[in-house]
Design a protein around this ligand. Structure first.
Ligand SMILES: [Zn+2]
Length: 242
């Protein structure tokens, strides 16, 4: 038995070293923003209708239609944008794959050059580039040149589905509140619960984006308040004059 601990290369177990951390933060941020959209747009719709009528069925119908339309529109938008991103990532990987097959020597020099730029000596850079090329040439080039992980290309369906769910969760809050609370208190309770929820999503999106949280919370809450005030005023005006 040796007394010295063997050298083990690898990340510390208590630190998040995998590149997944950034990805996860992006997902969280997208989820919070989707929920925020669901809260504000559905609150605007149900408050607008509540300004015109106190009939619960009408308010619920408008809210459900708004929820469905919003969730589908978010999902479709996300699908289109992530598909475009995926197409361009795949095209870049294809080009890299072709270059590796056609001019491997140039590619090796290119890769070594990138490591020299990062601070390695030419000799070491060339050795690193050789070993990485032998191990996984495409992966090494994709990471160093393009900042893409070939094993982690974003999925348009996942993104679309996730944003639909996030929007729906947010939309359910004002919809359920205005549906379940008694007519006399429904507007006030909905406004308060929406503002509270927007304070939380504003705080969370600032946390995940490293922004200043107090200003983000105030901005988010005022934005929601403005949306509800405007639609309620429109609903009240149209409700009495149409
Ligand atoms: Zn290359």
């Amino acid at each position: 038995m040796t007394t010295e601990a063997p050298f083990v290369a690898g990340p510390h177990e208590d630190e998040p070293h995998d590149t997944g951390i950034n990805n996860r933060l992006n997902w969280l941020r997208a989820g919070v923003l989707g929920a925020n959209d669901g809260i504000v747009s559905t609150a605007g719709i149900v408050m607008g209708v509540a300004g015109a009528t106190s009939e619960r069925g009408t308010i619920v119908l408008a809210g459900v239609a708004g929820l469905a339309a919003g969730a589908l529109s978010m999902g479709a938008g996300e699908y289109v944008s992530v598909s475009t991103q995926k197409d361009s990532e795949l095209a870049l990987l294809d080009k890299e794959r072709r270059e590796l097959a056609e001019e491997p020597e140039d590619e090796l020099e290119e890769l070594a050059g990138l490591y020299v730029e990062k601070g390695l000596s030419e000799e070491l850079a060339l050795q690193v580039a050789r070993e990485l090329t032998a191990h996984d040439a495409l992966g090494a080039h994709a990471e160093a040149e393009l900042g893409i992980d070939p094993d982690d290309i974003s999925s348009p369906w996942n993104a679309a589905f996730a944003s639909m769910i996030a929007f729906t969760i947010g939309a359910l809050l004002p919809l359920l509140t205005i549906t379940l609370v008694a007519p006399g208190a429904r507007v006030a309770v909905t406004v308060l619960s929406v503002l509270l929820a927007l304070a939380i999503t504003g705080w969370a999106s600032a946390r995940f984006g490293y922004g200043a949280s107090r200003r983000a919370v105030v901005r988010n809450v005022l934005g929601g308040l403005f949306a509800m005030a405007v639609t309620y005023a429109i609903g009240s005006l149209l409700g009495t004059h149409v």
